[in-house]
Ligand binder design. Structure first.
Ligand SMILES: [Zn+2]
Length: 367
């Protein structure tokens, strides 16, 4: 009896110490739209870049404006991102509108891709990572850390357009399930589908050797979710960054719009499955921002001012529906790793003290 009483006391104490760790979330998906600026996310199409010359647009001005220009920033962002603003921002929270006193930024001081994916998934920046060709990540990501938990082992996966994810998530060491870049996808068991899919991988002209199109990843991802039912998932969509580097603002808007639709499709697919319904949290973000103005919008890094600024959206059963956050404490990219873990009921910082703490505003709804 005394033993039971003290055990009960311990449980109460543990509960008090970490209320955020006892939520309803059983599955977490971290989604990145590479290099998608906070400016488009909160303000919609940039009027400066709707000009054919400055924006490098092939779509005619009138047509592009018909698609993406509206009178207010609220209408403009809604037309590009109907799911992010119609669903995620209503049922969850979104940080990073600098014009409304909400700051979300990277702390790696580099503002390009590998340092960004490393920071968000490891929980702290590594100054040694100074190139996208850095090679295998010496640090373990929160995905590798979660995959070591017996109940999650084999249920943690990475799906993305960029070949470098094999190195960033150190697939050789972590043994995570990774499907990325132009690596041919694993067989689905449906022979005609596999043949078609392989043919497309083999015969499509490559935009570059490192990046497959978002639509290729989406097909394999939905199959994988339906059949393998992962608990923790990373999804990386690369097109928004690639089209900006090409100086094609019309295609930045188009791919941002399609990425929003892919995220909706993934959410709807998962919510239709009993394993995920009401127990799944999405975190949606970018690995870095970009410059602004008539030239610097195309690139990002220390040279392009403002590239450190990003945005972070969260929606799920443990996140209060506070919508677009205004005049709120700053959040950082480094906090994402511990937030993923906390949503899964785990204390990452206890094990990895260098990691930034979770974003407490998105945890422990109603507590
Ligand atoms: Zn880039």
């Amino acid at each position: 009896m005394r033993k039971l009483a003290s055990l009960f006391g311990l449980l109460v104490l543990t509960g008090l110490a970490a209320p955020a760790l006892a939520g309803k979330t059983r599955n977490v998906v971290l989604i990145v739209s590479d290099g998608l600026r906070w400016q488009e996310v909160f303000q919609g199409a940039d009027p400066l870049l709707l000009d054919a010359k400055v924006g490098g647009n092939w779509v005619a001005d009138d047509d592009l404006k018909k698609r993406y220009w509206r009178a207010t920033p609220q209408e403009r962002r809604q037309v590009i991102f109907p799911f992010l603003w119609g669903t995620v921002a209503r049922q969850g929270q979104i940080f990073g509108n600098r014009t409304e006193g909400s700051d979300a930024h990277v702390t790696n001081g580099k503002a390009f891709s590998y340092p960004g994916y490393n920071e968000m998934s490891v929980g702290y920046p590594n100054p040694a990572i100074n190139s996208n060709e850095f090679g295998p990540n010496p640090d373990a990501t929160v995905f590798e850390w979660l995959n070591a938990a017996p109940e999650l082992a084999g249920h943690v996966a990475v799906y993305g357009t960029w070949q470098a994810y094999y190195d960033i998530f150190n697939q050789k060491r972590s043994h995570l399930i990774v499907q990325a870049g132009w690596t041919p996808p694993v067989k689905t068991g449906d022979a005609s589908k596999d043949a078609l899919f392989n043919r497309l991988y083999e015969t499509t002209t490559r935009f570059d050797e490192e990046d497959v199109g978002n639509s290729f990843v989406q097909v394999g991802l939905l199959d994988y979710v339906r059949t393998a039912q992962p608990r923790v998932l990373f999804v990386g969509y690369g097109e928004t960054d690639n089209w900006a580097h090409q100086g094609r603002y019309d295609l930045v808007l188009e791919s941002a719009h399609r990425t929003d639709a892919f995220i909706k499709e993934l959410w709807d697919t998962m919510q239709a499955m009993p394993q995920y319904r009401g127990t799944t949290t999405f975190i949606i973000t970018a690995d870095h921002g970009r410059g602004s103005g008539p030239v610097e919008w195309k690139e990002h890094g220390v040279e392009e001012k403002g590239s450190e600024n990003v945005w972070i959206a969260v929606m799920g059963p443990d996140t209060a529906a506070l919508g677009e956050r205004k005049h709120v404490e700053a959040v950082t990219q480094a906090q994402i790793a511990a937030t993923v873990a906390a949503l899964m009921g785990k204390d990452y910082v206890k094990d990895v003290p260098e990691a930034a703490p979770p974003i407490k505003n998105v945890l422990g709804k109603g507590q």
